[in-house]
Every structure is written in C-alpha cells, then in structure tokens.
Design a protein around this ligand. Structure first.
Ligand code: COA
Length: 249
C-alpha cells in the first residue's frame, strides 16, 4: 500500500505493520503534556519550556508527533510518562472550590508547564515531535526533538519528511530553520535533507551566547530537489520501515 507525498509514494502502515515502526500523526490538545516530557528530554536546557497547549492552537502552525503503537495499552512500562494520563485544562478542576480553588486556577494559568492528571491511558508512545510555522511563503521549523533513547532510529528523519509534507500542503516555497552552531547531529540531518547555511546570527541563544546558523532548502517545488527528496524518503522507508501515516483504525 502506498501514500502520495507530492511526488513521493511511501508505504502506509497496515494492521500487520510491526509495532516498532513509527508513524507521523498530527498532535492533539491531549498530547500537550506528553510533548513537554519529550521536550524536557530532547532539550534539557530549554527555558522557558514551550506551552504546547497554546502552540498547538496557533493558526498556520503544524505540530506532528512521531509515535508508535503501544504493544499493550496496560503496559505502562512502555510509556515513560505518568501511567494513566489525560489532559486537564487550566480552569475546570479548581472551579467551584472557593477562594483557594480560584487562586490555584489563577496560578495554573500563569504556569508555563502543561500537566497530566486523570485516568485516560495514552493512545500511543511518542518518541519525538516537529513544529512548523508557516510565515508568508516560507515553512519555518521551530522545533524538532527526539527522545535520546530513540535517537539514531530514523525518527528525526521521519519527522523531517512529515514537515516537508506539511510544507507542500501549505504551498510553502522553501523550508528554513535555525540551529546552534555546536549542534552537529542536527546539522548533519539538515544537510542530508538539502538545507544549506544562508546566514549566521551572532550570539542568538541567550543561555550561552551561542551563534545560530540559519539554514534553508532550495525551492521545494524545484524538480531536482523534489527528486532527491523522493529518493531520501524511499531509502528511509526501506531502511527503517517507518511510515508517514498511522494505520486506519
Ligand atoms: C537532531 C535529532 C532530531 C536527530 O534525530 P534522530 O532521530 O536521532 O535522527 P535520525 O536517526 O533520523 O538520523 C537522520 C540523520 O541525521 C544525522 N544524524 C543524527 N544523529 C547524528 C549524530 N549523532 N551524529 C551525526 N549525524 C547524525 C545523520 O545524517 C542521520 O542520517 P544517517 O542515519 O544516514 O547517518 C536528535 O539528535 C535530537 O532530538 N537532538 C536533540 C534536540 C535537537 O538538537 N534538535 C534540533 C534542534 S535545531
């Protein structure tokens, strides 16, 4: 079975697909706390943490998760987040509890961090995510992170392919991002996908004064570039067995 990705035709997950295979799916509001967990692992020095519940709701933004089926939804050992989480919005639980409840609700609203509570199990295991903003005719990858225990399994590449699919969907001309000058693994991934350095922002990162390298792809509709992306996507699918779409339920 195949799916069309612009000119790309990639395998789609089937019920028989291995549970180890990752797929890409849009992030939902109830994933917010899970994404915070992934962010803490992938970007331990990031401050302030991203408020995903707000990010996900932004207009002209796509957040995608790289996820895989839980082999058994009761097997909480496979899910490194609080075992039986569900999303609770900032307000509801404290409402109707008098002055203390209202103070707690107020504090929650100024909190940076999304939190889990409740009893609904996670739908799948999330290894990483990518966030893309669409500004004018450009797709800007604002965040791409994979849990360290899932590094070097093709997950970063899968998310990159997902980001390109979104860029095509929005009609973006090219894809751009910034990366720390010292972040060689990420730069290697971006070079593999045709990003080239176009500018340097001196002392861009506030935590350590590190420079940012701005990297951009050629126009993604360019035939040569589309062919190379197609070839990368095929090799990735063959090598890892990951897919761009979850199996239909
Ligand atoms: C960068 C990151 C997303 C890569 O994710 P990943 O799932 O490990 O990457 P993949 O397994 O898909 O690797 C894809 C390509 O990336 C490059 N790459 C990834 N890790 C690398 C490493 N440690 N050293 C060199 N190249 C590396 C390679 O080109 C690799 O292709 P190859 O397997 O053919 O050599 C991951 O290291 C990460 O989350 N880092 C912390 C957060 C971060 O720095 N994000 C980027 C911010 S700009």
């Amino acid at each position: 079975m195949t799916s069309t990705f612009g000119t790309l035709r990639l395998p789609v997950a089937t019920a028989a697909a291995k549970v180890e295979a990752f797929y890409v799916r849009p992030v939902e509001h109830r994933d917010a706390a899970m994404l915070s967990t992934v962010e803490r692992e992938a970007f331990p020095s990031q401050w302030p943490p991203t408020r995903f519940s707000r990010e996900i709701a932004r207009r002209r933004t796509s957040y995608l998760a790289a996820a895989r089926e839980l082999p058994n939804s009761l097997d909480s050992g496979r899910c490194p987040v609080t075992p039986r989480p569900t999303w609770r919005s900032g307000k509801s639980a404290e409402q109707g509890r008098g002055i203390l409840g209202r103070i707690a609700a107020g504090l929650k609203q100024i909190s940076f961090v999304d939190s889990f509570t409740g009893a609904e199990p996670p739908r799948d295991y999330v290894a990483g995510f990518v966030g893309v903003w669409f500004i004018a005719n450009e797709a800007h990858i604002v965040s791409l992170g994979v849990r360290p225990k899932d590094h070097r399994k093709g997950v970063g590449e899968l998310l990159m392919l997902g980001a390109f699919r979104e860029a095509r969907r929005y009609g973006a001309r090219d894809v751009t991002l910034e990366v720390r000058a010292s972040n060689f693994p990420a730069q290697a991934l971006y070079r593999k996908y045709g990003f080239r350095e176009v500018a340097l922002r001196k002392r861009y990162y506030l935590d350590n004064g590190e420079d940012a390298i701005i990297m951009t792809t050629p126009p993604i509709a360019n035939v040569e570039y589309a062919i190379s992306l197609d070839s990368l996507a095929r090799s990735h699918a063959v090598r890892w067995g990951h897919v761009l779409q979850p199996a239909a339920r």
